[in-house]
Design a protein around this ligand. Sequence first.
Ligand SMILES: O=C1NC(=O)NC(C(=O)O)N1
Length: 311
Amino acid sequence: AIDLSVTWLGQTMPGCLYNASGVWCREEDELEALHASAAAAVITKSATLKPRDGNPEPRYCRTPLGSINSMGLPNRGFDYYLDYARRYRYGSGKPLFLSLSGLSLDDNCAMLRRLAEEGLPAVPEVNLSCPNVPGKPQLGYDFAATAEALEAFDAAYSGLYGVKLPPYFDPAHFAAMAEILNRHPRLAFVTCINSIGNGLVVDIDSEAVVIKPKDGLGGLGGDYVLPTALANVREFFRLLPGKDVVGCGGVKSGREAFMHILAGARAVQVGTCLYHEGPGAFSRIAGELAMLMRVKGYRSLDAFRGRLRTL
Ligand SMILES: O=C1NC(=O)NC(C(=O)O)N1
């Protein structure tokens, strides 16, 4: 039999696929649908301390190659997701991750401290990479600010946590970030990647952009981002010994999930594809991955994780 289970963060989850933060996870009924699906874990929409409406619509658009979004962190606020985390069924074996995207370092630390006080099994994934809040540059592109933030996170939260990284495009940037991330032993995982920020999709019929915020600039997902996502997974897999890398970006079938794991991913998140297919995507993709493994003679993910060959 094919084993798709993943052991990390001191627990074993029944599979390797779950949602990317932001997709199918803002409302409790969405989260419950994910938990009831073949998703092996659940992560909540990035929370800010207070509820947010987000950016004006249209703010999401599907394209033949994926998606563009400038949601602007619309969410129910930290208390809503903390309340959900209090009632979540951890006994299912499906971990719950809380995505935190504070609008300031103080907000991120306040949320981490509140979460620590609760002593819940939920694991924080701190979003360093939202590209869509006007006036808020992506923290992950400011190395000094990232270094300062991680020191503060360590002081605010005594458990294991992760960060959601933006895509990087230069070996010097991979090295600079790895040097910072490797200072933090309780930073247990990085999720690579968030959307490729500030793309521009043009509709030639209307001769206009397709989303309203930021004059049409938005984060790209889907086929557009797969090679960049795989590069970030493989580089951080090499550069962060002892940490896990979660793959996110361009996964729409067992093939891309296989690629992410081959590149080193411990687990794999699904965003754009989930947005359009719904939670049924998880059983389809898991089945395709299992079939691919069977054909190749792999019985578990450990048999090929990180074994991407170079020439
Ligand atoms: O981190 C984020 N990445 C995105 O692509 N969009 C959302 C958002 O805009 O809320 N946040």
